[in-house]
Design a protein around this ligand. Structure first.
Ligand code: NAD
Ligand code: UD1
Length: 334
């Protein structure tokens, strides 16, 4: 089977590329490197023994995407390409709508003109807005609290309309909770530019001495230890979720939304402690006021993916922390 991965050089895309190649699928990565680097493709080749096919392009360039679909005889697309910083989306909403929403429209036009009607889309738990109940199942009402979240919601709604318009489409929206961790080789992982926005890359940088301490955003939430609770999921489990979704779409038409999470909530302090024992390093922290827009707790009900996709997260918290640390050490040495 031939698969196009837009944004396949990025954090989640690169891990999924490795997994799909090792499962015997032919992968073509399409990326413009706006948030990744060419070296990732070499690292993928070191892990898998050969590089994926590659097209350097912006997903907004419909004719180039259509050419790639035809040239590589693509049967299904996984659409990772998108901008993902919540803060950036508040200050630059036009960029976010242009890249995420317009990018998806462009991809859909290319797919339609090429007769490719199978799509797995990188959605996010952000489409649930502020949780109204926990754990969050797929029937939880959707809403958005920032422009990034609104792009994901708009795209999901567009994809629902596309599926309604033509029953031949097969679409899975995978709503990721909090992806963390890295490939066991230590060659690929999350490598954010500048100061990381997310907890785990920051914890890893503090453990390695790059930054003095983690700012813990609030310890007065109504959670077990007062700090924020999230559903952290190993990126390789997430990658496996994409393979399971592709297999599901072979047998099922229509639009389908799935949570990809572990179903387990972990607090910020739990994550820091787990990282300390995985790395053997101290992770100093200071409690500071809550971050605007944060919620106390957010975790998935992951039963639907288990029942329909036959997928569930298998890797534990220690593995998430150890692989993050392994990648951090490797990245420093190379
Ligand atoms: P990432 O930034 O590491 O990867 C995205 C990749 O897409 C990068 O390689 C980037 O260069 C590429 N890209 C962006 N815009 C493009 C364009 N217009 N044309 C071609 N390539 C483009 O991000 P990630 O963490 O791997 O996330 C992948 C997807 O999953 C995104 O859509 C993101 O919104 C979604 N998601 C991520 C998280 C998370 O915490 N990482 C959570 C929920 C959803
Ligand atoms: C954030 C985004 C969310 C996005 C998700 C994907 C916000 C408000 N939300 O979610 O839209 O889908 O990333 O990765 O940005 N924390 C600290 N100190 C830090 C960083 C984080 O204490 O320096 C805490 C947060 O308060 C939260 C937890 O760690 O309780 C996780 O934070 P983060 O990694 O940013 O993820 P989310 O807030 O869940």
């Amino acid at each position: 089977m031939n698969i196009l991965l837009t944004g396949g050089a990025g954090y989640i895309g690169s891990h999924t590329t490795v997994l799909l190649m090792q499962a015997g699928l032919h992968v073509c990565v399409l990326d413009n490197f706006c948030n990744s680097e060419q070296i990732v493709l070499e690292r993928i080749a070191r892990i898998t023994g050969k590089p994926p096919s590659f097209v350097e392009a912006d997903v907004c360039n419909t004719s180039v995407v259509a050419d790639a679909l035809k040239r590589y005889e693509v049967q299904a697309v996984i659409h990772f390409a998108g901008l993902k910083a919540v803060g950036g989306s508040v200050t630059q909403p036009i960029n976010y709508y242009a890249n995420n929403v317009q990018g998806t429209i462009s991809l859909l036009q290319a797919m339609q003109s090429s007769g490719v009607k199978t799509l797995v889309f990188s959605s996010s738990a952000t489409v649930y807005g502020n949780p109204q109940y926990l754990p969050i199942d797929e029937s939880h009402p959707t809403s958005a609290t920032n422009p990034y979240g609104r792009t994901k919601l708009h795209i999901e709604e567009m994809l629902t309309d596309v599926s309604r318009s033509d029953p031949a489409w097969r679409i899975a929206c995978l709503r990721y909770f909090n992806p963390v961790g890295a490939h066991e080789s230590g060659l690929i992982g999350e490598n954010p530019r500048g100061v990381p926005n997310n907890l785990m890359p920051l914890v890893a940088q503090v453990a390695s001495g790059l930054r003095p301490y983690v700012q813990v955003f609030g310890n007065d939430y109504s959670t077990s230890d007062g700090t924020g609770v999230r559903d952290y999921i190993h990126v390789m489990d997430l990658a496996e979720g994409h393979l399971a979704a592709l297999q599901y779409l072979q047998k099922n038409v229509g639009w389908h939304g799935f949570n990809l999470g572990t179903g387990k909530g972990r607090s910020v302090l739990e994550m820091i402690r787990a990282f300390e024992s995985a790395s053997g390093q101290a992770v100093p922290f200071k409690v500071v006021p809550r971050r605007v827009g944060d919620v106390a707790a957010c975790y998935a009900k992951a039963n639907k993916a288990c029942e329909l996709l036959g997928w569930s997260a298998k890797r534990d918290l220690a593995s998430m922390c150890e692989s993050t640390w392994n990648f951090r050490i490797n990245a420093k040495e190379q």
